[in-house]
Design a protein around this ligand. Structure first.
Ligand SMILES: NC(=O)C1=CN([C@@H]2O[C@H](COP(=O)(O)OP(=O)(O)OC[C@H]3O[C@@H](n4cnc5c(N)ncnc54)[C@H](OP(=O)(O)O)[C@@H]3O)[C@@H](O)[C@H]2O)C=CC1
Ligand SMILES: CC(=O)N[C@@H](CCC(=O)OP(=O)(O)O)C(=O)O
Length: 347
């Protein structure tokens, strides 16, 4: 079976990564690619690394151009996909890589994004531990998928197992991330000029203002945290891709170190794309570049009474395009790992 695919925002980083991964997928045929300022250009003029797509030209991002495909991926700036998605047929599988359909709470949307609220779709992180049912089962029944924010899914995967198992306190969570600038997209931003970020580590959205805060807390509520509260600080570092998230949480008093580790082991046993490393080992971003893999290392800091979880993810693969395709596979009843790389690119 071959599914026809349209990608909106194909000239951007997320759209480009969708195209790179879909080229290796046996069941998808990318027929339409759209853009905004680059509409009218040959795709390879804008994405010169994607030589397999010399036959495609970027069209305008309109409902007419996107309708008529089995699957539509929207890789557009926040606020641009909601209105388009509203007009696509109900039986089309639509996957939004932006934030427009991630949050269940309109108050959170208003506080962190603003503009029209379009309501939440099924969140595209299959491995996310939930108190009731599984995220995987929810994805298998949907025609509307909200791919995650890359920082948000990395942190949620880091902490949800401990909350699900009741071994950490959900009200005292801290996460600091080293992130690559490709997370911010291709559009020029002065604070992301090479002259600003090369040779420097730059914190941003400090003090609870980052828009992924409610997205993380939403995922942790699904895992059973009654009032999850996270202090979350990203730091841009000079690597084009990658996220290294260090998250810590207070261990519920009386819980053994073995029971803490067991929570993560149980959550991710048998998972292909989320792997807990053996005790004493911690991931590097270099280990997951190009892979749809989240690697997690865990230590119990007995002195501080906290668990320390270190997670590495490629923001454009497991953080966006890979998660989107993995979720799409589930929604179409395909094997979940079809077309997705578990191995990274090194050095
Ligand atoms: N980069 C990442 O690591 C991640 C990105 N995402 C999300 O994916 C989405 C795309 O991000 P990313 O690829 O990084 O961004 P880019 O800036 O790299 O790409 C944006 C794309 O949207 C198009 N576009 C810009 N403005 C408009 C508009 N007004 N209407 C329609 N299309 C428009 C651009 O077209 P043109 O080039 O022709 O102007 C381009 O194709 C965002 O919502 C982002 O938050 C999610 C997780 C991680
Ligand atoms: C470096 C940088 O700016 N990174 C982005 C991550 C983008 C992402 O994960 O996703 P969404 O924009 O789709 O939410 C940020 O922190 O906002």
């Amino acid at each position: 079976m071959t599914y026809s695919v349209a990608i909106a925002g194909a000239s951007g980083y997320a759209g480009g990564e969708l195209l790179r991964l879909l080229a290796e997928h046996p069941h998808f045929d990318v027929r339409t690619v759209t853009a905004h300022s680059n509409a009218g250009q040959p795709l390879v003029a804008v994405q010169p690394h994607l030589r397999g797509y010399t036959h495609l030209t970027l069209k305008d991002t309109t409902v007419d151009n996107l309708a008529g495909h089995d699957v539509v991926f929207l890789a557009l700036p926040h606020g641009a996909s909601g209105a388009i998605a509203d007009q696509l047929p109900a039986d089309t599988l639509v996957v939004d890589c932006g934030a427009d359909h991630r949050l269940e709470s309109e108050a959170d949307w208003d506080a962190f994004y603003g503009g029209e609220f379009h309501g939440a779709w099924t969140y595209g992180v299959p491995e996310l531990p939930r108190l009731t049912g599984t995220q995987r089962d929810r994805l298998a029944k949907t025609r509307r998928i909200a791919a995650p924010g890359c920082n948000a899914s990395t942190v949620a995967l880091s902490l949800a197992p401990g909350i699900r198992a009741g071994v950490i306190e959900a009200t005292d969570l801290v996460s600091v991330l080293a992130v690559g600038p490709s997370g911010a997209g291709k559009a020029a931003k002065t604070h992301l000029l090479a002259s600003e970020i090369l040779g420097s580590a730059n914190p941003y959205a400090v003090g609870g203002t980052h828009r992924h805060t409610p997205e993380i807390e939403q995922s942790l509520r699904w895992a059973g945290g009654a009032e999850p509260t996270i202090s979350f600080t990203p730091v841009i570092v000079p690597m084009s891709r990658g996220i290294l998230a260090t998250s810590t949480a207070r261990i519920v008093p009386g819980t053994s170190a073995a029971a803490v580790r067991e929570a993560w082991e149980d959550a991710y046993a048998g998972e292909t794309f989320v792997q807990l490393l053996p005790e004493g080992q911690f991931p590097r971003t270099a280990d997951v570049l190009g892979a749809n893999t989240a690697l997690i290392g865990l230590a119990v800091d007995e002195h501080a009474g906290r668990v320390v979880v270190v997670a590495a993810v490629d923001n454009l693969v497991k953080g966006t395009a890979g998660a989107a395709i993995q979720s799409t596979n589930l929604a179409l009843g395909l094997a979940e790992s079809t077309g997705l790389p578990v191995n990274g690119v090194a050095p």
